[in-house]
Design a protein around this ligand. Structure first.
Ligand code: MRU
Length: 338
């Protein structure tokens, strides 16, 4: 892999630092941030400068590799343990984070004498495998898209949310049909749709329009949506899916209107130890994400706020899950365990 190629990724390791595209600056400014301490990595994930389950996983994996370099010899094990806990606590719903951290931790345990190198290799392997997985998702999912299809997506599950290519956006990017159209839910409160998905689709030259979150039902009911594709933050053994808040509503409305509803996710997002969606932890985020836009207060100041970042879409609303190993009905997910 050439350095020039790596720079087109969302997250990459270069010269002893983790490089990320700062997603809080997009679409207005393109900034790359260098992270050189575990605390900086944790803050970048918490502040959502890097976000999207696989991108968080890759960043966390590189973060633990950074810890293996920085750990003082006399309390090496304690430093690694604390670093893993700090990184894991940042975003509890995205499963790729624990998946990548476990892989890097195992690499450290296997060869403690050479841990800096093996940890980095494991982190790099996670990032590289995500690129391959998303490419496969794109190729397989593209076959579902017919000429003139109008597709609805929620949040950002594009290249920015992964290491490259994306999950939900990958089939759209790989489709051979150029006459497709994408409805982009704006995705309150963080606006990943109107800021990031719209930016990516524009870069790719794919026709699209941003719609208010609560307009999705109108477009489905009036026959303007042929399929819905979203990403996933965690897929449970029974095929239930955690994804950005609002996904559940879109799935219910899609089913009510006989519109196929697909999830796109690599195997690293499937939590085989989690029996059902009821067991998936749902991240609760700060009130200010709802009450403020930038510095401006937009809500009644004294009203309490509730801000869950994800919801669970039960398997019965999901037509299929597009993975890097094939497209499966939700009830088939458990068979991928081996
Ligand atoms: O809070 P975010 O922006 O990290 O949430 C992201 C999503 O919900 C994505 O749909 C999901 O991570 C899949 S990304 C390939």
């Amino acid at each position: 892999m050439q350095i020039a190629d790596l720079q087109y990724r969302t997250v990459w390791w270069q010269d002893g630092a983790i490089n990320i595209i700062d997603q809080t600056s997009l679409p207005f400014n393109f900034k790359v941030l260098q992270l050189t301490t575990v605390e900086q990595v944790a803050q970048a994930i918490l502040q959502m400068q890097v976000r999207g389950a696989p991108a968080i996983g890759a960043t966390g994996g590189f973060g633990l590799a950074l810890a293996a370099r920085l750990a003082p010899a006399k309390n090496f094990a304690e430093f690694i343990k604390k670093s893993k806990e700090t990184l894991l606590a940042t975003r509890p719903t995205a499963f790729d984070l624990s998946y990548a951290l476990n892989q890097v931790e195992a690499a450290i345990a296997q060869s403690p004498a050479d841990s800096a190198a093996t940890a980095l290799q494991a982190a790099q392997a996670f990032a590289d495998s995500n690129v391959q997985a998303c490419r496969q998702i794109g190729k397989l999912g593209a076959e579902l898209i017919q000429p003139n299809f109008q597709i609805l997506t929620h949040c950002n599950a594009g290249a920015l949310a992964t290491v490259d290519f994306g999950t939900a956006l990958a089939p759209i990017r790989f489709s051979k049909h150029r006459n497709i159209f994408v409805y982009v839910d704006e995705t309150r409160p963080r606006l990943q749709g109107s800021r990031l998905t719209a930016f990516e689709l524009e870069q790719e030259g794919i026709p699209h329009a941003i719609i208010a979150d609560n307009a999705a039902g109108y477009f489905m009911q009036t026959g303007q949506v042929d399929m819905v594709i979203t990403g996933a933050d965690r897929v449970a053994l029974n095929g239930d899916v955690a994804n950005k808040i609002g996904t559940y509503e879109k799935a219910v409305v899609a089913k009510a209107n006989n519109i196929p509803f697909y999830i796109a996710a690599p195997l690293s997002t499937i939590d085989f130890s989690c029996a059902s969606g009821a067991k998936i932890p749902i991240e609760q985020r700060a009130d200010e994400e709802i009450s403020y836009i930038e510095d401006k207060l937009i809500a009644n100041p004294n009203s309490p706020i509730q801000n869950p970042a994800f919801d669970i879409t039960p398997a019965r609303y999901i037509t299929g899950i597009i993975t890097d190993k094939g497209i499966f009905r939700p009830e088939q997910i458990r068979h991928l365990q081996k």
